[in-house]
Design a protein around this ligand. Structure first.
Ligand SMILES: [Ca+2]
Ligand SMILES: [Ca+2]
Ligand SMILES: [Ca+2]
Length: 226
């Protein structure tokens, strides 16, 4: 076979034998580096997170006083320590933070007698949030996280000088009609009416009201539309 014929054969061989023709030299394979990002760290255990500032929500706070409640003037001081008393002591737009939950909407009830008062909040869906099992948290996100029993059940709550109940929405509360009641569930060793302060806080703005409630009485204190 002549030289030209051999060249044609060598070129045609890979096609004839399924591409198995091996040339007389080898190429060095290229190794591509694939960098795989590590998975995000897994947080084990609890993480201490400082209390965030209250989120702002759309709407204005304009409670309607239904009963005999009067506006109650509170004072605050940025340098004061927050204590459990139903008001914003340190002017930071949160009531009793560190003791109870606070958020976009909060209702804080406080009183000084030994009676067992109860805070009842009716949300726009008609759900009644109160101390009873199954009613402490509403599907709309509201919840009662503190129920105080005055001096009635000192075995459960031996401290009777910091009577306070609290209902709050951590996220945005639903729009609609709200109604807040206070019930003098049991006078215990109190005689006559108990004076209380109800503070409503929305988006960092607080208003406080003062009223009295007789033993056994259930009174609607404020209502408003959001
Ligand atoms: Ca505060
Ligand atoms: Ca306080
Ligand atoms: Ca109570």
């Amino acid at each position: 076979m002549k030289k030209a014929v051999w060249i044609v054969a060598l070129v045609a061989l890979p096609g004839l034998f399924g591409g198995c023709f091996v040339r007389g030299y080898a190429t060095v394979p290229t190794v591509e580096a694939h960098v795989v990002a590590p998975p995000p760290p897994t947080i084990v255990g609890s993480v201490s997170v400082s209390t965030p500032p209250p989120p702002t929500i759309v709407g204005t706070l304009s409670p309607v006083v239904v009963g005999t409640a009067q506006a109650y003037t509170t004072t605050c001081n940025p340098n004061a320590a927050e204590v459990l008393n139903g008001i914003d002591d340190n002017c930071n737009g949160m009531v009793d933070e560190g003791f109870v939950g606070t958020g976009t909407l909060q209702f804080a009830l406080s009183w000084a007698s030994t009676a067992d008062l109860d805070l009842h909040v009716f949300d726009p869906h008609g759900f009644e949030i109160d101390y009873e099992d199954g009613q402490r948290a509403s599907p709309s996100g509201g919840q009662l996280d503190r129920d105080d029993r005055g001096a009635c059940y000192t075995e459960e709550d031996p401290i009777v000088t910091d009577n306070s109940e609290n209902v709050y929405w951590a996220g945005n509360p639903p729009g609609g009609h709200y109604s807040v009641h206070v019930h003098n569930y049991d006078a215990c060793n109190s005689y006559g009416a108990t004076t209380f302060v109800l503070t409503v806080l929305m988006g960092g703005e607080a208003q406080a009201f003062q009223a009295t409630v007789q033993p056994g009485e259930d009174t609607e204190v404020i209502s408003f539309d959001l």
